[in-house]
Design a protein around this ligand. Structure first.
Ligand code: ACO
Length: 448
């Protein structure tokens, strides 16, 4: 069932012959007037509240919802989440099936186009993405301008924004052909720019894309190749990275998806809008949490110190990073898959990591503690992803970068859907003004 379909309870209600019509009656106790507002998909339109007025000069009723806790900002067919049941589906396909059977590029095609590709479509899509992996030579100079210890996320945000200065055709956002071209470029170039940012921070030469490798294999090549004449990615790592990319590909209206929709609603080019989405992802409450989880585990230091840390979380002194989610009030299905992947990577790499033991002990302690149970706080995608990436050889500063590479397709899918939606306009929320209403200007010599 997708998010636009009626829920089971709704169907029961409408099958009941005595069921009332699909509308909401609101009584304004200030005036005694009744208003009937239509209900569609368990939702009323906020604009239908505007008719509720005390007198004709009144602006009309609004809804107040900081942080969009209970406001749908769009109609979407891309990704479905049932947070209570711990379900995540891309275009109707369960995340578990995609992680097991698909590849990142196939999943990316699915997210963008709504259907799994045929063999010929996948070949064509892979060809185009692979043939847009190179970046203009002058972008290398641009990257060289960053300080040696610049965070790769900062470099990624700026360099993706700079792509808009190279591709003027990107402004043609209502042309499906132009959007397709920018999509190839963004998905193709994102790993290259991400890897170049990392190599710059190490002071190592950039490694050019190898078009004979898979999407994750080439990313590993550009990150880690040193003196080999031909880089051959470790198949375990290549596969684990592909799974991580699939799990991070989209997540409906999260902070960064909302950002690309909001910024894109001004009709700016997709490079500028994607740069804004990357900036949103960088924050520690969003994609930056994977970095924070690792720092937290290192700070805890040993399984014995877990009970003390849990006490500090409960007093509000610190947050348990990688726990909790606005939508999931159950185990994040991505965290389950990553936990298994983390075990596999460590077994194959023969690199047991004490941080994994600390993470498992933390999870066990939290899931049996009333503080976390009552608040329905479960591990989210970031809880185990950092440990997995660390075992794969990724430096901590690259964790969120990797997330951004994978999420690019989700951002572009959300952005394209918004551009094609005739109901969408420039995003512009209202406010409740509680400041001073009006006062006369005070001359400098009269101010206290
Ligand atoms: N540790 C401790 N307590 C927490 C945590 C946490 N990680 N998350 C939520 N809580 C508590 C809150 O303090 C609050 O308690 P209260 O009712 O006593 O005030 C209650 O649980 C509800 O939390 P909210 O802050 O209202 O939840 P919200 O939906 O606004 O926040 C968020 C969600 C930002 C993800 C939050 O859980 C958090 O900060 N988690 C840690 C950061 C993190 O892991 N972010 C990654 C999210 S996944 C992603 O973006 C890819």
């Amino acid at each position: 069932m997708d998010s636009a379909s009626p829920t089971a309870t709704q169907l029961k209600k409408s099958e009941d012959p005595k069921a009332a019509r699909q509308s909401l009656t609101i009584t304004d106790n200030r005036t005694g007037k009744n208003y009937e507002v239509p209900i569609t998909n368990d939702t009323i339109r906020a604009m239908d509240l505007r008719q509720i007025k005390v007198d004709p000069t009144d602006f009309g009723m609004m809804s107040y919802d900081p942080a969009f806790n209970n406001t749908a900002s769009c109609i979407s067919k891309v990704t479905f989440i049932d947070g209570d049941a711990g379900i995540l589906r891309y275009r109707g396909y369960p995340i578990e099936d995609l992680a097991e059977k698909s590849t990142y590029l196939e999943t990316a095609y699915l997210l963008l186009n709504g259907e799994l590709p045929t063999e010929a479509q996948l070949k064509d899509w892979t060809y185009h993405v692979t043939h847009h992996t190179f970046i203009h030579e002058s972008i290398k100079k641009f990257l060289d301008g960053f300080h040696y210890d610049a965070h790769p996320m900062g470099m990624l945000i700026s360099t993706i924004a700079a792509l808009s200065t190279y591709y003027h055709d990107a402004k043609d956002i209502f042309s499906p052909e132009s959007r397709k071209k920018q999509t190839y470029r963004l998905i193709g170039k994102m790993p290259t720019i991400a890897a170049f940012s990392y190599r710059h921070s190490l002071g190592m030469p950039f490694v050019y894309p190898d078009n004979d490798l898979s999407y994750p294999g080439n990313f590993l090549n550009m990150l880690f190749r040193t003196t080999e004449t031909r880089y051959r990615p470790n198949p375990t790592l290549e596969h684990a990275l592909d799974i991580l990319f699939i799990l991070h590909a989209d997540h409906e209206q999260n902070c960064s998806a909302n950002t690309i929709r909001g910024v894109g609603s001004s009709h700016v080019d997709p490079y500028s809008a994607t740069a804004a989405a990357i900036a949103a992802l960088y924050g520690p409450l969003h994609g930056g949490a994977n970095e924070e989880v690792l720092r937290m585990l290192m700070e805890i230091g040993s399984v014995q110190k877990v009970p003390d840390f849990i006490k500090r979380v409960k007093t509000g002194e610190v947050k348990l990073m990688g726990f909790g989610h606005r939508v999931y009030k159950n185990y994040d299905p991505r965290a389950k898959i990553i936990k298994v992947a983390a075990d596999k990577v460590m077994q194959k790499m023969k690199q047991p990591d004490p941080l994994l033991d600390i993470a498992k002990a933390l999870e066990e302690a939290a899931l049996s503690d009333p503080y976390f149970v009552e608040r329905k706080l479960y591990p989210n995608v970031d809880f185990y992803s950092g440990i997995t990436l660390k075992a794969m050889g990724f430096p901590v500063s690259m964790f969120t970068v990797l997330f951004a590479v994978a999420r690019t397709v989700g951002w572009i899918s959300q952005w394209s859907e918004m551009i094609e939606d005739p109901q969408q306009k420039i995003g512009r929320p209202r406010q409740l003004y509680t400041g001073v209403t009006h006062r006369d200007y005070v001359e400098m010599d009269q101010r206290k």
